[in-house]
Design a binder for this molecule. Structure first.
Ligand code: SF4
Length: 284
């Protein structure tokens, strides 16, 4: 029997921002005797969240019930300045694990907003990172997800257009160009992070090569869903799976080239289990 060739993306798995947030949480949890809290789930991955809880790291959506002096971690997505002030006003020890690449986008917004620019973010309006970014827009921010949505923008004297860090490059470029006719002066900041660019570039090549493309990650993870959307445009048999068990029952017979990638919140051991299961299923 001819077994399929399996390629695993070099860029699959944790990005530097997620790695740093998890390491920060683990370091703080092991250095003190008390629990450590994260403002919202540190990562969109149920298995990792369960492991973090075993280490004494718990997500809270409302920090008001925490006691003064307790430690709360700002996750890689960042938060609004108001939320940060609120955490500090509660007397909590705030550990800021906002990814430096998200911070760069936050400060680009703040700098332009101070000069009178309205902010246009190309991203998902309900996503935590975008909510945090909007907090720097001095109340004059808009979120659009596509060039089409740019058509609904009001006319603006000065517009600063930037992207959610995990945005798709093509979507961002088209949307940014579509904002131009709505503003007298338009500044465009490409704030898609480098790890995302590399991940998307690699995935484009893999999806063209593969006849089955497997994208591993949580369905609630924006970057995982985006990767799956990119892959399915090039490889009709694209499977978005959460873990190795989700592969059970899927048929890899006849596949000659299988590629695997994963979102920024999928840990390496989970990717390894998925690859092992694919090998077993395709050999069955
Ligand atoms: S996706 Fe990019 S910006 Fe977001 S946390 Fe990861 S490295 Fe940072």
């Amino acid at each position: 029997m001819n077994l399929p060739e399996i390629k695993v993306a070099k860029t699959a798995g944790f990005c530097p921002g997620v790695k740093n947030a998890i390491e920060t949480a683990r370091r703080l949890a092991s250095s003190g005797k008390r629990r450590v809290y994260t403002y919202g789930p540190l990562i969109h991955n149920k298995q990792v969240i369960a492991e973090l809880e075993k280490d004494g790291i718990f997500a809270v959506s409302d920090a008001k019930n925490l006691r003064r002096g307790e430690t709360i971690i700002i996750r890689a997505h960042g938060i609004t300045p108001e939320q940060e002030n609120m955490l500090r006003a509660l007397g909590l020890e705030v550990a800021d694990a906002t990814c430096p690449l998200v911070k760069k986008a936050q400060s680009a917004i703040a700098v332009h907003a101070a000069k009178g620019f309205e902010t246009v973010i190309v991203g998902d309006s309900g996503h935590a990172e975008v909510i945090g970014l909007m907090g720097y827009a001095e109340g004059r921010g808009h979120v659009i997800s596509s060039a089409f949505e740019a058509g609904k923008l009001p006319s603006m004297e000065k517009a600063h257009v930037l992207s959610q860090t995990t945005q798709e490059e093509e979507v961002f470029r088209a949307a940014a160009e579509a904002v131009r006719p709505h503003s007298g002066e338009c500044v465009i900041s490409d704030t898609i992070c480098q790890p995302t660019k590399e991940r998307q570039k690699e995935v484009l090549a893999l999806a063209r090569w593969a006849d089955v493309m497997v994208v591993a990650g949580d369905r609630n993870s924006a970057n995982t869903s985006r990767l799956a959307a990119i892959c399915s445009r090039l490889c009709p048999k694209t499977l978005l799976i959460e873990d190795a068990d989700t592969l059970q029952g899927l048929d890899f017979k006849g596949a000659r080239r299988i590629a695997v990638t994963a979102g920024a919140s999928t840990p390496d051991p989970q990717i390894e289990r998925i690859v092992a299961r694919i090998r077993a299923l395709s050999a069955a």
